[in-house]
Design a protein around this ligand. Structure first.
Ligand SMILES: [Zn+2]
Ligand SMILES: [Zn+2]
Length: 140
């Protein structure tokens, strides 16, 4: 792989990761699972090819299920609890990085919002993103 190297880590630093090249896309997910896991109104995910992603430090995995009925492996730090990434069977070959753990996450601008059906009512629509009521690409 080539291109710039991006880095991220959990809150405590036990889990670190990097990926090469540009992400495929950045999306905001308003689904209830992301709201609960992240204890926030939505999650921001950066999708990268699995073969560009390298992780140091063991994550724990919550075996979740997406709308499709397919498995979603939610990886998180066993010490500090930071969500790190989701790997969805519906999206083979992709790692959905939880963007807040990226060192430079502010430069990843979401191009779409998914699961807008469960958007909190006080949160306005992002003007430069495309909105989908459900999963669209199956982002979890
Ligand atoms: Zn940690
Ligand atoms: Zn979600």
């Amino acid at each position: 792989m080539s291109g710039p190297l991006s880095h991220g880590r959990c809150l405590c630093g036990q889990v670190r990761y990097s990926f090469t090249g540009a992400p495929l896309l950045t999306a905001v997910c308003h689904c209830r699972h992301c709201q609960r896991q992240g204890a926030s109104a939505f999650s921001v995910v950066v999708a990268v090819p699995a073969d560009s992603f390298t992780q140091q430090g063991e994550t724990k995995v919550f075996a979740d299920t997406g709308d499709s009925g397919q498995a979603v492996a939610r990886h998180f730090c066993p010490t500090c609890g930071s969500p790190i990434a989701s790997i969805a069977d519906a999206l083979p070959g992709l790692v959905l990085i939880k963007a807040g753990t990226l060192d430079d996450f502010d430069r990843h601008v979401p191009v779409m919002e998914v699961y807008c059906d469960s958007r909190v009512p006080w949160l306005p629509t992002m003007p430069d993103a495309q909105q989908f009521p459900g999963s669209n690409i199956g982002v979890e």
